[in-house]
Design a protein around this ligand. Structure first.
Ligand code: GTP
Ligand code: MG
Length: 234
């Protein structure tokens, strides 16, 4: 068994998940993959089952609930699964091809450099966003500057769900006090892991806007995140 598990939360990603799985297994880094699906009505899980015929035990599928129950809690399920099954580290990444699998080997390499959490970052030198309109760029940049000012931890991308948790951080995850199930879980984890003494490292990534499927990020979730950042800190 390899020791890194890639966790992919999915809700209605049938146009993307097959390609993503193929791309991950093409990478030189030896990883296993767990898809955590919330009973996607579009048949995402069938695409995963089909790929299981090709990739065997290295590809796992958990159908967690019958309905959409949040990206954050889907990843939490994945982290606990990783620990219970003896993985040393875990990566979370989106299914919509916004995150490039080719970054996985670079993330894993950073672990040997002593990092506990490796953050894929749009907002460090060399990082970028492809395909967002100016207002989406502005909104995201603003949200991240805001999060940085309030949380005061030395990372530049708080919202991107492309991260690797090394052995020390992974073991700590079940102890974290996570409140909420959606997108706010990512900055919450960052804050608490940093306060617990974890070493953070960022690598520049290119984030490509989703081309297929529908967004799961609603305006309501965006507003909730705004308040959630304050709650994390105070
Ligand atoms: N299991 C599970 N996965 C989810 C849920 N909500 C979102 N996801 C997945 O989490 C990842 C991020 O969601 P996106 O819809 O891409 O959110 P976003 O990147 O903020 O929005 P876009 O820019 O429009 O893509 C994707 O892989 C989704 O399929 C959920 O409730 N449950
Ligand atoms: Mg997306």
């Amino acid at each position: 068994m390899t020791s890194t598990l890639v966790i992919i939360p999915t809700y209605n990603e049938k146009e993307n998940i097959g390609t993503l799985i193929d791309q991950i297994f093409e990478q030189p880094a030896e990883v296993d993959v767990l898809v955590v699906d919330d009973g996607s009505p579009d048949g995402t899980s069938e695409i995963v089952r089909d790929r299981q015929n090709r990739f065997g035990e290295r590809l796992m599928l958990k159908i967690r609930t019958e309905g959409k129950a949040g990206r954050g809690s889907a990843c939490m399920y994945g982290f606990n699964f990783a620990l219970e099954n003896g993985y040393e580290s875990a990566i979370e990444m989106d299914a919509d091809l916004s995150h490039d699998s080719a970054d996985i080997p670079r993330m894993v390499e950073k672990l040997s450099g002593g990092a506990d959490v490796v953050v894929g970052s749009k907002y460090v030198k060399g990082g970028k966003v492809v395909g967002w309109q100016w207002y989406r760029k502005l909104l995201s940049r603003g949200a991240n500057i805001y999060a940085g000012l309030i949380l005061r931890i030395p990372i530049n991308d708080f919202t991107n769900g492309y991260r690797l948790y090394g052995p020390r951080a992974l073991k700590m995850i079940p102890e974290l006090k996570i409140d909420g199930v959606g997108f706010t879980v990512i900055p919450q984890m960052s804050y608490q892991l940093y306060k617990a003494g974890m070493e953070f490292s960022e690598i520049p990534i290119t984030f490509t806007n989703r081309r297929e499927g529908k967004s799961n990020m609603s305006l309501r979730e965006m507003t909730e995140s705004f308040v959630a950042i304050l709650k994390i800190r105070f």
